[in-house]
Design a protein around this ligand. Sequence first.
Ligand code: MD3
Ligand code: FE
Length: 217
Amino acid sequence: MTADLFACLPKVRASREQMAEGAVLLRGFIGESEADLIATLREIVAAAPFRRMFTPGGHQMSVSMTNCGSAGWVTDRSGYRYDPVDPETGKPWPAMPPVLRELADRAAEAAGFSGFAPEVCLINRYVPGAKMSLHQDKDELDFGAPIVSVSLGLPAIFMFGGLKRSDKPRRFRLEHGDVAVWGGPSRLFYHGVAPLAEGDHPVMGPQRLNLTFRKIR
Ligand code: MD3
Ligand code: FE
């Protein structure tokens, strides 16, 4: 038995930053759920592998995606939609595990949104060079509910604009363990991710995962 000389210090560094009205960045919020979270993601990806989808315009995305929950976000030549079935496997998406659901609920609560009940967790995988162009998330029916995002692995430069595409984006560095909540007026703000820089993360390797929890109905 080893005495914990640092028992009086918090195990994980966490902090809060207001990015805009309704948008809160909770740095280090994954805390001690890290190992459970990563093991659970492995199981999801084994059942519903990452794939690079096509936009309606016929371009293949640089980001690979999968989902868990009662529906998943998909895009193909026919458009964007939330689909209860994974078109690659023909089966329902893996259910949303409690460790994911509870993390999202705690983050929403901490940002002042009570009763968040996300049906969908979209999982994005970035390798160096992968990016996400400036866009709005508006395929959901209820813009009163926030979106909660969890970043794992390599750091990314997140670009956060405004309600108009032409609003100049501010840049935020999202790191392993950071959780952000986007609600209220910021829910429909344009946003994107700059091309991922090369790197090798000690826990996640040469990649970044981003989870977004969404209430879609
Ligand atoms: C701000 N994902 O999946 S997460 C997306 O890092 C997406 O993979 C990015 O944009 C990523 O749609 C950014 C942060 C995020 C997600 C949704 C938002 C920020 C948001 C919705 C409204 C405003
Ligand atoms: Fe988005």
